[in-house]
Design a protein around this ligand. Structure first.
Ligand code: PMP
Ligand code: GLN
Length: 388
């Protein structure tokens, strides 16, 4: 059977999220692994989808996305970042951020190209650039504050990469890249003529005083940055798979060249509902409530983990917390997460799954707090078993 697989996918394993979720189901564990909310999205968003279906918005959308949604995304950029975006040429709607990421890799990279990515890296980046025949150039983020070494970053640029893949707020670490870090990145992209892809799906999930700086907003960067986002995270509807790419016409054209043959278009009624979500959220204080509720969940999870000897690393954004497993005597995070899921009844993701180079990986487990307070509390009760 192995012979059936084309070389480009032969090395792909199963996504760690599917693996851990399946294990969690098998062992009836509280699933704090895969990042998805276990609570319902807001009524005004669900209602909009039901209405769109009943209004018969059920045929193909234009390939780049419904005009109404693209206009709502443009309005969002104007409101948040004071950037006038041309909805016709500078925005493309895709089936989730995942599709935008894959199509960007396929449309921007040639076989043999190099792509810088910070490591740990969100799990789809490596397969995406591999599908395009490109090679990753990993640059480490170092715990506990997840800083990078500017000398190492510059050395990566000196290898003449085609592109850099950024993710801020960052999955799995929760790091929000600071303006000075992004300024250096921007300077290097311009010096070495490198294209940037910036995955900002957690741009609305910020804690304490963290500020999200879109890479595209820095001087000289709009022209060379494709920013990717997703409705799934911000409106707690990850199953809708509505993503989008924002950037200059040339980069959108590239993504569209691939998008038209991969999916052609994205689910029409859900695009219409996503437009309502963005339009309404801009005026109904949805984002404030969203952040407050997540902050409560974050604080609870952090307390639960610390109490059982799993101290957490500082984070500023996203819905993930990383806990140091070494105090419990574990060095292998995969063995720890398997043990935690099957013996303790709480599922978490081994952070090493986000590393390309498995040498000197810190012993961490990633916990997701996009869960009801009751779910977190149930997980907390089970975690107490670690003490016995
Ligand atoms: N990028 C990051 C950093 C993510 O965490 C996720 C999903 N959790 C995605 C992209 C994929 O988003 P979508 O579900 O819209 O495809
Ligand atoms: N992005 C989610 C996470 O980090 C999972 C998405 C998926 O399962 N593909 O957990």
């Amino acid at each position: 059977m192995h012979d059936l697989l084309a070389d480009r996918v032969a090395g792909f394993g199963t996504s760690i999220f599917s693996e851990i979720t399946n294990l969690a189901i098998e062992y009836k564990a509280v699933n704090l692994g895969q990042g998805f909310p276990d609570f319902a999205g807001p009524d005004f968003v669900k209602q909009a989808a039901a209405e769109a279906i009943h209004a018969d918005l059920n045929q193909y959308a234009p390939s780049p996305g419904l005009p109404r949604l693209r206009k709502a995304i443009a309005a969002q950029w104007e409101r948040l970042y004071e950037r006038a975006v041309d909805w016709q040429t500078e925005i493309t709607v895709t089936s989730g951020a995942t599709e935008a990421l894959a199509n960007a890799a396929l449309a921007l990279c040639n076989p043999g190209d190099k792509v810088i990515m910070f490591e740990p890296a969100y799990d789809s980046y490596l397969p995406d650039v591999t599908l395009a025949g490109a090679t990753p150039l990993p640059v480490r983020l170092h715990p506990p504050d997840w800083h990078f070494d500017p000398v190492v970053l510059r050395a990566a640029f000196e290898q003449r990469p085609r592109a850099i893949w950024l993710n801020t707020p960052h999955n799995p670490t929760g790091k929000v890249f600071r303006r000075d870090e992004l300024m250096l990145l921007a300077e290097l992209c311009q010096q070495y003529d490198v294209v940037a892809l910036s995955d900002e799906v957690y741009d609305q999930l910020l804690f304490n005083d963290a500020v999200h700086v879109p890479l595209a907003s820095l001087p000289g960067m709009w022209e060379r940055t494709l920013t990717i986002n997703s409705i799934g995270k911000t409106f707690s509807v990850t199953g809708w798979k509505i993503g989008y790419a924002v950037g200059p016409k040339e980069l959108n054209h590239a993504v569209r060249q691939s998008h038209q043959w991969v999916t052609f278009a994205t689910a029409t009624p859900l695009q219409d509902a996503a437009a309502t979500a963005l339009e309404q959220a801009a005026v109904n204080s949805y984002y404030d409530t969203f952040r407050q509720e997540y902050d409560e969940r974050r604080v609870l999870l952090e307390r639960m983990l610390t109490e059982v000897g799993l101290s957490t690393l500082a984070m500023q954004g996203s819905y993930f917390l990383n806990a140091d497993i070494s105090a419990l005597g574990f060095t292998d995070d995969r063995a720890f997460c398997r043990f935690l899921t099957t013996e303790i009844g709480v599922a978490a993701i081994p952070t090493s799954a986000f590393y390309i180079d498995q040498n000197d990986v810190p012993p961490l487990a990633r916990f997701c707090f996009a869960k009801r307070l009751e779910t977190l509390a149930a997980g907390g009760e089970r975690l107490q078993r670690l003490k016995s």
